[in-house]
Ligand binder design. Sequence first.
Ligand code: F6R
Length: 364
Amino acid sequence: EKAGFEHFMMKEIHEQPKAVQDTLNSVIKDGRIDFEAVGITEDEIKGFEQIYIVACGSAWHVGMAAQYVLEDMADISVRVELASEFRYRKMSLNPKALMIVVSQSGETADTLAALRLAKEKGITTMAIVNVVGSSIAREADKVFYTLAGPEISVATTKAYSAQLAAMYCLAVQFAKVRGKITEEQYGYYIAELLTIPEKIQKILEDKERLQWFAAKYANASDVFFVGRGIDYAVCLEGSLKLKEISYIHSEAYAAGELKHGTISLIEQGTLVIGVLTQNELYEKTISNMLECKSRGAYLMGMTTYGNYEIEDQVNFAVYVPKVDEHFMASLAVIPLQLLGYYVSVAKGLDVDKPRNLAKSVTVE
Ligand code: F6R
């Protein structure tokens, strides 16, 4: 059942090219995005004044990454909220908004409650959900199924990747229908999306390097993940992957925030992992990382092939292939999933069933 892998998590990590491919293929037909199955029309897409994205945990991290893509590409205001906060908060909600809830299981209590709340207020709701027939799938006005297949490991990997793919399709289609990109850009973005599966595959083929690094850092007590923009969203997910299965304390920071407090935690040997996939932000983030290095930090830096000058700046460099920068989270997350996995294995922990956690959180 684990198809030759030692754990479900590693099996599911390897199923990501297919999960992303299947999800993209479900809406991309002949080089165009078709949302007929999702049930959302062009007129509806044109009419939304605001997007709310509401979810928990890793699904919320998908929202954090997607907001950058949607706002930049489709020029629509996006607000991302934790479901457990959204539902207890008096927000002034725009009735002409689209609320997108993101959930693998479709049964997360807080996410479901947030969805019901939005419906009561007459807001159009869409679920990005993996389990067919789940409560969230049944109750949302529109359903965009991620085709990741059953996910067994408590730590999500392939569902997260499929959710990102679904978000990208929404962003590209919103941008096109709302007149924010040309026909040529539309074709370019779709072609770029379709390259993601093979690029994930390429990263997986290089996984031994991370295994080596994980063994070296398995005894770390604190790890800091830093990045800006989309890279910051990737850091949130990388940090959660590490802490939930390896029990190492870790935090994700928007790199510019370090000097507002966190940098006081940097000591000799503290591991700082930087994600640097966004060209315009590279110099800013690397300089924040170097400030940590001069206070004793050991730096791992992840960037795209070609940025080899990073070798002179960090102690350990990891490269991922390039895709259009809006979609880089799909590639940058993979080494971080592998890192969490290998640290957990190196520590002899129960990778698929970390302590105190359940796969589906149906209590508030
Ligand atoms: C972390 C993880 C959780 C879930 C969260 C939401 O690896 O899996 O943070 O993302 O519990 O669950 P769903 O997506 O089922 O609503």
